[in-house]
Design a protein around this ligand. Structure first.
Ligand SMILES: [Zn+2]
Length: 96
């Protein structure tokens, strides 16, 4: 019973599509007020809505990384990302 640990959906739990493919993805996680990116994640990706599904072993690993606190010295690279304000955009729309 050890080779049946992967409990991946056959259809997308988000949109119901059966068009799922295995892929290696990266995903962003909020950890307290830091945004961190994890790469090399094996996932099942919905071709229709791009929802990503992880198997149990992957979820456990991500939880372990979260438990480690994503220490900066363990990061393999750094990204800088632009930050936008929805409120600022809304103000722009109210201009004449
Ligand atoms: Zn989907």
């Amino acid at each position: 019973m050890t080779d049946d640990m992967q409990q991946l959906p056959e259809t997308c739990e988000q949109c119901g599509s059966a068009n799922l493919r295995k892929d290696i993805v990266r995903s962003a996680f909020w950890h307290n007020d830091r945004l961190v990116v994890v790469e090399d994640i094996p996932a099942l990706v919905c071709e229709n809505c791009h929802e990503q599904f992880y198997d149990d072993a992957t979820v456990v690993l991500i939880d372990l990384m979260r438990g480690d606190g994503f220490p900066p010295e363990a990061a393999q690279s750094e990204l800088s990302v632009p930050v936008f304000s929805l409120q600022q955009r809304a103000k722009g729309m109210s201009q004449p």
